[in-house]
Design a protein around this ligand. Structure first.
Ligand code: AP5
Length: 206
């Protein structure tokens, strides 16, 4: 099974991805998590990507594609994978078509006015990548693994609006791209986490 989760920043892609990837026994591939790990390690890719990410801009396609092509050769991708945050441009989607055939694209739709609150209140675990929200989780350590929660550098209000603009200009056109290919499943992401998870499963027929 090869899936893509599409949606604006803060739509809940990461929140929903783990459960679905576990269900199918496939790898959860978040290009955002991979890039943040490169930035933390100070690798050449991390050094190149850092400025774009801090400004809320997309990282150039060439860097992303090289990283993804390498990632999907890993042994945990043998049964398939779920892309979270990739592809993000038509050029990335076209390049992906050259390397594999995607089964479904799940578009998680949330009105833009809800996103800022979701993103600025998010706290992340650096160790396992789990995301929490200050409105319903008050602890400073991760519920799953005990890691010390932090706020992402690009989750500050001034950067969030830039990320949403990048999404509108460069990523939203992918909805029509995948609709035309008959691969698009649309889910209302503006409801509780549990109801979003249920809606995704219903769309996937599982
Ligand atoms: P990335 O890490 O991919 O960020 P994003 O797409 O902007 O998505 P987010 O992680 O912000 O949101 P999400 O949809 O996963 O929401 P979450 O589940 O956490 O990318 C970061 C940067 O890396 C980019 O800006 C770019 O620079 C670069 N990059 C990455 N991939 C790239 C690519 N392919 N090409 C070029 N550049 C790339 O939920 C958000 C919050 O809401 C959480 O607090 C959560 O608890 C809460 N929440 C979730 N669901 C619900 C719900 N149903 N109700 C209420 N709250 C909810």
């Amino acid at each position: 099974m090869k899936l893509i989760f599409l949606g604006p920043p803060g739509a809940g892609k990461g929140t929903q991805a783990e459960g679905i990837a576990d269900y199918y026994g496939i790898a959860h591939i978040s290009t955002g998590d991979m890039l943040r790990s490169h930035v933390r390690q100070g690798s050449p890719l991390g050094l190149e990507a850092r400025g774009y990410m801090e400004r809320g801009e997309l990282v150039p396609d060439g860097l992303i594609l090289k990283m993804v092509e390498q990632r999907i050769t890993a042994s945990d991708c043998e049964k398939g994978f779920l892309f979270d945050g990739f592809p993000r441009t038509i050029a990335q989607a076209e390049a992906l078509e050259e390397i594999c055939d995607i089964d479904y694209v799940v578009d998680i739709d949330v009105p833009f006015e809800r996103l800022v609150k979701r993103i600025t209140g998010r706290r992340m675990c650096p160790d396992c990548g789990s995301a929490f929200h200050i409105s319903d989780y008050k602890e400073s350590t991760c519920q799953r693994c005990g890691g010390k929660l932090y706020q992402r550098e690009d989750d500050k209000e001034e950067t969030v609006s830039r990320r949403i603009k990048e999404y509108s200009a460069k990523t939203e056109p992918l909805i029509a791209f995948y609709q035309a290919k008959g691969k698009l499943l649309q889910v209302n992401g503006d409801q509780s986490r549990e109801l979003v998870a249920k809606a995704i499963r219903e769309e996937l027929g599982v």
